[in-house]
Design a protein around this ligand. Structure first.
Ligand code: CP3
Length: 346
C-alpha cells in the first residue's frame, strides 16, 4: 500500500513529519488563468464538472504550479441535488440557481433513479486522477454536508439570511428532516462510490454550519454528519474523513465528539492556541489562514503563516485556508505560501 508514504495521509493517521502537508480549499478555480481557459472551453461550469478529461485537467493545474500534498476532485457540492433531479444552473457572477424545494410535497420531485447515472462522469474523473496525480499526492473526494446542501435546495441559491430554510426547519422539523434524511442517504451512496473508485480521504463541507442556534446545530449538523460518518466507516473503516463545520465556534468540540470525524478543518476565526489545546489534543487539525491574507500576500501573510505553523505545526496538522481561495488571489502569492510551508521550520 502506498498509503504511509503520502505525507497528507500519514498526518491523518495522527503522525507528524518534518513539515505539515498542505492543500487549499478551491485550489482549482478562477484565480488561475489556465482554469479560466478550460472553463471557457467547457462552455458552462456544470459541463466542466461532468467532463472527465477537463475536470481531470483542472484538478491537476494547481499541482503543476505548487505541488500540493493533496489533490481535490474537481466537482461541486451541488451535483448531488442535481443528480436527485433538482434543476440546477450556474449564472455567471451570480452563483448557483436551483428550483426551490420548500414543502414535503416538493420532495416528490426528487428521485434516486438516475442518481449514479448522472454522477458517472464524476466517478470517471476519479478513475483518471488515480493515475494522473503524482505518486506522493493524495486524492481527496468530497460532498457537502446535509445542512449546507439543504440551504441551497430550499433557498434556491446562495442566501444571506436563511429565512426559507430555517422557517421550514423550525416550523416543520419532521418534514424538513425528511429532506435531510434524503440528502444523508444520497451522500452516503455518493461518497461510497467515490471511495470504491479510489479517493483516499473525504472532506465534508458544511459551509453554513455556523448560522444555526445550538439545538438546531445538534439536530441538523451533528446528527446527520454522524450518520454519514458511521455508514461510511462500516464499509470502509480505513477511510479518513475531515469535517469542516465552518463557523461552528463554541460548538466545534461538540461536533468532534458527536460526529466521529477523523480530522477537523477550522475556519479563519478560530483562535490558534485554543485549537491547539482543546481540539488538536483529540484529532488532526486542518486550517486556517484567512483567504484574504493570501490575496494580501507579503509580510502580513508570512507572519500569519508563521504563527499558524508555530502553534499547530508540532502536532498532526494540515495547512490550509479557513475557507476557499478567492478569485482575486494573485497566483504568485500561492507560490510564496507553498515556499513558506515547504521551508518550515527553517
Ligand atoms: O478546488 C476545489 O476545492 C475543488 C472544487 C470545488 C468547487 N466547489 C469548485 C467550484 C469544491 C470542493 C467546491 C465546494 C463548494 N461548492 C462549496 C463548499 C465550500 C465553500 O466554498 O463554502 C459550496 C458552498 C459550493 C457551492 C458553489 N459552487 C457556489 C456557492 C458557487 C458560486 C460561487 C463562486 O465562487 O462562483 C459555486 C461555483 C464553483 N464551484 C466554482 C468553482 C471553481 C466557480 C464556478 C465557475 O468557474 O464559473
Amino acid at each position: 500500500m502506498t498509503f504511509p508514504n503520502k505525507l497528507f495521509l500519514r498526518t491523518l493517521t495522527g503522525k507528524t513529519s518534518s513539515r505539515p502537508p498542505f492543500w487549499l480549499m478551491r485550489q482549482a478555480g478562477r484565480y488561475l488563468p489556465e482554469y479560466r481557459a478550460v472553463r471557457t472551453q467547457a462552455g458552462s461550469f456544470l459541463a466542466l464538472c461532468f467532463d472527465p478529461a477537463l475536470a481531470t485537467e483542472v484538478t491537476l493545474q494547481p499541482l503543476r504550479r505548487y505541488d500540493m500534498d493533496a489533490a481535490i476532485l474537481f466537482s461541486d457540492i451541488l451535483v448531488v441535488p442535481h443528480a436527485l433531479g433538482q434543476k440546477l444552473d450556474y449564472l455567471d457572477g451570480e452563483g448557483p440557481r436551483l428550483e426551490p424545494i420548500r414543502t414535503t410535497q416538493d420532495l416528490l420531485r426528487l428521485s434516486q433513479e438516475r442518481f449514479h447515472q448522472t454522477l458517472a462522469p464524476v466517478y470517471e474523473t476519479i478513475d483518471r486522477l488515480k493515475t494522473a496525480i503524482p505518486a506522493h499526492t493524495a486524492l481527496i473526494g468530497f460532498a457537502g454536508s446535509p445542512w449546507t446542501i439543504a440551504t441551497y435546495m430550499v433557498e434556491g441559491g446562495a442566501t444571506k439570511e436563511f429565512v426559507e430554510v430555517k422557517r421550514w426547519a423550525y416550523r416543520d422539523p419532521a418534514g424538513f428532516s425528511a429532506l435531510i434524511d434524503l440528502i444523508v442517504d444520497a451522500t452516503i451512496d455518493y461518497l461510497s462510490a467515490q471511495i470504491r473508485t479510489g479517493v483516499e480521504a473525504i472532506q465534508l463541507f458544511d459551509s453554513w454550519a455556523g448560522v444555526l442556534p445550538e439545538p438546531a446545530f445538534r439536530r441538523f449538523v451533528i446528527e446527520p454528519t454522524r450518520r454519514i460518518v458511521t455508514a461510511l466507516k462500516t464499509h470502509n473503516p480505513e477511510i479518513p474523513i475531515i469535517g469542516f463545520p465552518r463557523g461552528a465556534g463554541l460548538l466545534y468540540l461538540d461536533y468532534v465528539r458527536g460526529t466521529g470525524i477523523d480530522a477537523l478543518a477550522l475556519d479563519t476565526t478560530v483562535p490558534l492556541i485554543w485549537a491547539a489545546r482543546t481540539l488538536q489534543t483529540r484529532l488532526p487539525i486542518q486550517g486556517n489562514l484567512d483567504p484574504v491574507l493570501l490575496v494580501a500576500g507579503g509580510s502580513p501573510m508570512a507572519e500569519a503563516v508563521h504563527e499558524i505553523l508555530h502553534t499547530l505545526g508540532p502536532k498532526p496538522f494540515i495547512f490550509n485556508l479557513g475557507h476557499g481561495v478567492v478569485q482575486s488571489t494573485p497566483p504568485e502569492h500561492v507560490a510564496d505560501l507553498a515556499e513558506l510551508i515547504k521551508s518550515w521550520p527553517h
